[in-house]
Design a protein around this ligand. Structure first.
Ligand code: GLY
Length: 390
């Protein structure tokens, strides 16, 4: 229980001010989620691969520790432990964490925050295992090798014809760096994280506060070369998950720096997302806010789950707190309904249906995906702290 309180401490501060009228039962949804995680563990025993999504033929798509999504599977188990306090979830999570340790040396990716902080980071908060801290610190050392001071950003990808691509998603890898400075006392991690956030704030946003997916930089001058999309509908469109990554990421940067410009940016993104005319009534966005075939195009439940979790934290800091809480509650109510929540024993053990991974690549369209489940569980825990069930 002590660890549960620690994990959600900040969230509790506003607990008395959030009142719900929604028909959302966290315990009911968590029970379903627990059945699904158990079902997944029963059917997938190979600890060298991590369930990521479902293939077009309905089979499980599992990936190695090198994949950017590998940390979400143990991360979901840590959240289940946090909720149930059942030791067997901590044991399972630790067992699935183990295969990810080598990622602390992976220099090929900017996604070490996703891989390591969702797995070992949650494990550290819940168990205080000192080995996890060493892994996170090494992972942070590895991650900052991808930072170029001329550009002022951590490089995202090594593939493709980009010169120095930086994607909005990369905001999510900064939380581990903030942790690394607090843990080690070495400010270099904090400095990289803040510079990256500052550069992203400067270059990724349009006048309507939507974000482009990829900014490609000239390595020599540090100037912007091009603004493009990779997973969105077009270079000018608002890819739904990208907006959710930005909302969540800038909220974290505000929490860690106290600098109001990051709070304001997170609010602007939230307002863009929530007030968009193409956001459906159930508040689960289409995969891109500007997809041309709306409403006959897939949703992205992962974007909804990430946004809900981000909104619940943003609501703690913002004068518009109750608007953000209500919006998150509405999203979670939709995701907990049969339209999105899988029946136990189906959906290859994933909790949510209807996420879209990479539409232009025609991959992972309208399927379950592990990061939707991870952020859904996180959001439910945050919601439960703000609005505990009687
Ligand atoms: N970070 C990759 C994605 O959101 O699909």
């Amino acid at each position: 229980m002590k660890h549960l309180l620690f994990l959600c401490l900040g969230i509790c501060l506003l607990a008395t001010s959030c009142k719900s009228t929604a028909d959302l039962s966290v315990s009911k949804t968590m029970n379903t989620a627990e059945s699904q995680l158990k079902y997944s563990l029963k059917n997938h025993t190979d600890k060298s691969t991590y369930p990521r999504s479902v293939n077009a033929d309905g089979s499980l798509h599992a990936v190695s520790s090198k994949d950017w999504t590998s940390g979400f599977y143990p991360g979901s188990m840590w959240y289940m432990y946090s909720y149930t306090q059942d030791q067997k979830w901590a044991d399972s999570a630790a067992a699935w964490n183990a295969g990810l340790e080598s990622a602390k040396f992976h220099t090929h990716t900017h996604d070490l925050g996703f891989v390591l902080y969702c797995s070992f980071g949650n494990g550290l908060k819940l168990t205080e295992n000192p080995k996890y801290a060493q892994i996170l610190l090494q992972g942070s050392q590895t991650l900052i090798k991808r930072f170029d001071p001329k550009v002022g950003s951590i490089r995202s990808w090594d593939f493709g014809s980009w010169e120095y691509p930086v994607i909005i998603d990369n905001m999510m890898n900064l939380e581990m760096l903030f942790w690394a400075t607090k843990y080690s006392g070495d400010t270099k991690f904090y400095d990289v994280a803040v510079k990256h956030a500052e550069t992203t704030l400067k270059n990724h946003f349009r006048p309507d506060n939507s974000s482009v997916h990829v900014v490609d930089y000239d390595k020599t001058s540090g100037n912007v070369k091009a603004k493009k999309t990779h997973q969105g509908y077009s270079d000018e469109s608002a890819w739904a998950r990208g907006q959710a990554w930005g909302l969540y990421g800038f909220t974290v940067v505000y929490r860690e720096t106290g600098d109001k410009k990051y709070l304001e940016q997170a609010e602007k993104i939230a307002d863009f997302f929530l007030n968009h005319p193409n956001l459906p009534e159930d508040m689960v966005p289409y995969w891109d806010f500007n997809a041309p075939d709306i409403p006959n195009t897939p949703r992205d439940a992962s974007a909804a789950a990430i946004a809900a979790s981000g909104l619940l934290e943003l609501g703690r800091y913002s004068a518009k707190g109750s608007t953000y809480f209500d919006a998150a509650e509405k999203i979670l109510t939709s995701l907990s309904s049969p339209a999105y929540l899988a029946k136990p024993g189906t959906n290859q053990g994933f909790i949510l249906k209807h996420s879209t991974g990479h539409m232009p690549n025609k991959s992972e369209i309208d399927v379950p995906i592990n990061y939707a489940d991870y952020y859904f569980l996180e959001a439910l825990l945050r919601y439960n702290m703000l609005n505990p069930e009687k």
